[in-house]
Ligand binder design. Structure first.
Ligand code: PGA
Length: 254
């Protein structure tokens, strides 16, 4: 849909030192200079945020955290809060990534608290949802997506001035080289948008960007982006090399 500006987001996970992140971000900035009509986001490690923010200053590239705590401060050793992210130079934050859910005990309830805190801070949350392979094989994909969307947004009244981005990341496609087919992804995205409409109303749901994530590469981005309800991508492995990330960002030229 034309009214949704595509977003191509790079999730650098636990890769790149701050120095390496700054250099890579500078390269991305140079490689995508002049590209219009697409929002570019980079999510480095927490400690890489200041270097990346400095490298992309003035370019419009969005800097994001990969996670956050829901409290603004407190005795939570090892955690980082929304005000800290904002002060370090982030304007966006990934919440509920499947690796957080799988390895670090993230639940729909903690996702909900974090989305709430991010919105309150004025950060753009990128809320991740997605089914596992067993869930898909058991025919439970839609049920899982419904539960994650409803749980993540429970009790939050969304408004047009504080938007949210949703990332559909089927767990079986992350870092595995197995991409959902464009049709599988479109089907899930359309379902998520229907669920969003029941939670926040049709017009906000239509304005909400839904990104696809899971083994996105320069070679498959164009066919994914051609689908009606796919509004961008959350890219892991292929975002680590500035050249391949830039090719994904330049998906219209493929
Ligand atoms: P991938 O990761 O592109 O390496 O599959 C995607 C993600 O986890 O966001």
């Amino acid at each position: 849909m034309d009214t949704r500006t595509p977003m191509i987001a790079g999730n650098w996970k636990m890769h790149k030192t701050p120095q390496e992140a700054g250099v890579a971000a500078q390269k991305v900035k140079d490689l995508v200079k002049g590209v219009e009509g697409v929002d570019v986001m980079i999510a480095p490690s927490f400690v890489g945020i200041p270097a990346v923010a400095a490298a992309v200053a003035g370019s419009g590239i969005i800097v994001a955290g990969q996670n956050m705590h829901w409290e603004p401060q407190g005795a939570y050793t090892g955690e980082v809060s929304a005000p800290m992210l904002a002060d370090a130079g982030a304007t966006c934050v990934i919440i509920g990534h499947s690796e957080r859910r799988q390895y670090f005990g993230e639940t729909d309830d903690t996702v909900n608290k974090k989305v709430r805190a991010a919105l309150a801070q004025g950060l753009l949350p990128v809320m991740c949802v997605g089914e596992s392979e067993e869930e898909r094989d058991a025919g439970k994909t839609f049920e899982v997506l419904d539960r994650q969307v409803a749980g993540g947004l429970e009790g939050i009244s969304m408004t047009p001035d504080k938007p949210l981005v949703v990332a559909y990341e089927p767990v079986w496609a992350i870092g595995t080289g197995k991409t959902a087919t464009p049709d599988q992804a479109q089907e899930a995205h359309a379902h998520i948008r229907e669920k969003l409409a029941s939670v926040m109303g049709k017009s906000l749901a239509n304005a909400t960007r839904i990104l696809y994530g899971g083994s996105v590469k320069p070679g498959n981005i164009a066919e994914l982006m051609a689908k009606d309800d796919i509004d961008g991508a959350l890219v892991g492995g292929a975002s680590l090399q500035p050249e391949s990330f830039a090719r994904i960002i330049r998906f219209r030229e493929q």
